[in-house]
Design a protein around this ligand. Structure first.
Ligand SMILES: [Zn+2]
Length: 145
């Protein structure tokens, strides 16, 4: 069993559950108003274009997913692939190029480029810290090149 065989690297629903457990350690919090009492999960429905991992806040009536405000916010590729990208980029001593991400994750080069850029920025600014503690998912290597 390799770490990459974990469900959240392959299944988008598992990826959402995983990210939620990392970010919302005490249950979902509305990023718009900070409310947490009246937050309910909206069942995903492709036909109705209801995204996976969607929540609705009863306080401010707005919707959100756990990706809001994270490095994954603007990514259009499946969350499980973005988690793989973070893992690959932060666990590799020599770093991973956008071209490698493109091949390994089977996403377009353009998506891979933007994703790699966002992850690198987050690594630099410390925004990946929720993943870093304990080194469970991410071990940031300071060596560059
Ligand atoms: Zn709210």
């Amino acid at each position: 069993m390799s770490v990459l065989s974990k469900a959240y690297f392959h299944d988008e629903e598992a990826a959402f559950s995983y990210l939620e457990s990392v970010i919302w350690t005490n249950g979902p919090v509305c990023p718009h108003c900070g409310g947490l009492d009246r937050v309910t999960k909206v069942k995903a429905n492709a036909a109705k274009r209801i995204r996976l991992g969607l929540y609705r806040c009863g306080g401010c009536k707005r919707q959100f997913t756990v990706k809001l405000g994270t490095v994954f916010e603007h990514g259009r590729i499946p969350l499980n692939k973005m988690l793989q990208a973070v893992y690959l980029m932060t666990s590799s001593k020599k770093g991973i190029s956008a071209h490698q991400l493109h091949r390994v994750l089977e996403i377009t080069y353009k998506s891979a480029w933007f994703l790699a850029h966002r992850i690198r920025e987050a690594m630099r600014s410390g925004d990946l810290t929720p993943f870093g503690s304990g080194g469970s998912v991410v071990e940031v290597d300071e060596t560059e090149g």
